[in-house]
Write a protein that binds this ligand. Structure first.
Ligand SMILES: Nc1nc2c(ncn2[C@@H]2O[C@H](COP(=O)(O)OP(=O)(O)OP(=O)(O)O)[C@@H](O)[C@H]2O)c(=O)[nH]1
Ligand SMILES: [Zn+2]
Length: 380
């Protein structure tokens, strides 16, 4: 290894990128909000690595990393088991089973950011189809959940979250949709609402719900894995993107992925009658490549994105349609719940903000663990 090789080190950005500031929100025109939501540079909720940028330097490595020489190849992590076993697809398409270099493992323990599906890594090939991960490249986004006192990163480098809910069985809950959307916003990824099992309800009943989200700027796809409806449109939205598929167990995530890419063979399971919550048939976060380009991360069928650590005061910034009104509230610390001269409440009363969205906001603000839910037949 040549010690004077050019190499990359990570340096911290000086700018505080932790939170959207009110100042930024004030100056945003309403039409810009959807575009803003996908502009991950400004978004919060990212891991340590992403607050750094990579620079090429010929100086001595300051991060304790060994020189990465020409024998190393880059690739993308497909899945991981524990802290030290990852499957990595190299850029030539071959897959290697990799351990993680010890110094990296130690650093990861400190930052709580283990190698995750979606990570771009540099691998030193060893025997057979094995290798060692020498470096994790800076992440452009992370999806994480809070586990105890720590944030656990589930996957990295995705640009959109497909939030799958079912029109029925289990019943559609707008509280669930909105929690996932808030989670996506917080993670700096674009949320797409995918309503599956459209065959179980009269599609006319789904239109007001779809309209509520498209008006705010979120894409909505109505699909039925059973009937094959809407699958082409879903595929079009996935191809060329790095997507995470999220949603409660039993809503049909695996069934949809099997439709989008036949031959994928995701295991599907039935709803468990006892709990109504479905059985957890998809266990590890796993990344797969789509024909036509892009890739998808399949996640365990639990409510993980809803567990994101969002402080009540952050919520106003994570409801894109609230943001234009917030600066007009009389009190800077307005919670938009009870205060007088609140521009958000006024917008709800005028019908400019959906009362259903406002309802989920109030429940999330009050940290109501029982998410609001509305069946289509309850819609006007
Ligand atoms: N009626 C109807 N049933 C569906 C549809 N899509 C999936 N299902 C059924 O819903 C059940 C759950 O589907 P899965 O694809 O296993 O759901 P999942 O979201 O992957 O579940 P987890 O792996 O537990 O997260 C299965 O019995 C499917 O046959 C649909 O479009 N319509
Ligand atoms: Zn207010």
């Amino acid at each position: 290894m040549a010690r004077d090789d050019k190499r990359k080190i990570r340096v911290s950005f000086r700018k505080n990128r932790n939170a959207r500031t009110r100042q930024n929100d004030w100056t945003k025109a309403r039409e810009d909000e959807a575009a803003d939501a996908v502009h991950s540079e400004r978004l919060s909720g990212k891991g340590e690595l992403t607050r750094r940028r990579t620079v090429v330097t010929s100086a001595e490595s300051s991060d304790g990393l060994r020189d990465v020489d020409a024998s190393c190849v880059s690739g993308r992590v497909l899945w991981t088991v524990g802290a030290n076993h990852s499957a990595v697809e190299l850029d030539d398409g071959s897959v290697r089973h990799c351990s993680v270099r010890r110094v990296l493992r130690t650093m990861q323990r400190e930052t709580r950011s283990l190698v995750v599906a979606g990570d771009r890594v540099l691998v030193r090939p060893t025997e057979g189809d094995e290798g060692v991960i020498e470096r994790i490249e800076p992440r452009t986004s992370t999806i994480s959940r809070t586990s105890g006192r720590f944030q656990q990163i589930l996957t990295a480098n995705v640009d959109q979250a497909v939030i799958v809910v079912s029109a029925d069985d289990p019943p559609l809950k707008l509280g669930v949709v909105d929690r996932f959307l808030v989670g996506a916003e917080k993670g700096g990824v674009r949320g797409i609402v995918c309503i599956n099992k459209a065959d179980l309800v009269n599609p006319v009943l789904l239109q007001p719900i779809a309209g509520q989200y498209t008006r705010i700027g979120f894409d909505v796809v109505l699909v039925s894995a059973r009937l094959g409806l809407g699958i082409d449109e879903l595929r079009r939205r996935l191809v060329g993107h790095q997507s995470v598929v999220a949603g409660q167990s039993g809503v049909g995530k695996s069934s949809l992925l099997n439709c989008v890419q036949p031959g994928l063979d995701r295991r599907t399971g039935g709803i468990s009658d006892e709990t109504g919550k479905g059985t957890h048939t998809t266990r590890v976060a796993e990344l797969f490549r789509l024909d036509g380009g892009g890739w998808v991360v399949d996640t365990p069928g639990i409510r993980q994105l809803m567990l994101w650590d969002v402080a009540p005061g952050e919520l106003e910034g994570l409801y894109p349609e609230f943001r234009p009104y917030v600066p007009d509230c009389r009190f800077a610390s307005c919670s938009h719940l009870v205060e007088k001269e609140c521009a958000v409440q006024a917008a709800v009363e005028r019908g400019d903000i959906s009362p259903l969205r406002y309802d989920t906001y109030t429940r999330m603000f009050n940290q109501d663990d029982d998410p609001a839910w509305v069946r289509p037949e309850d819609m006007d």
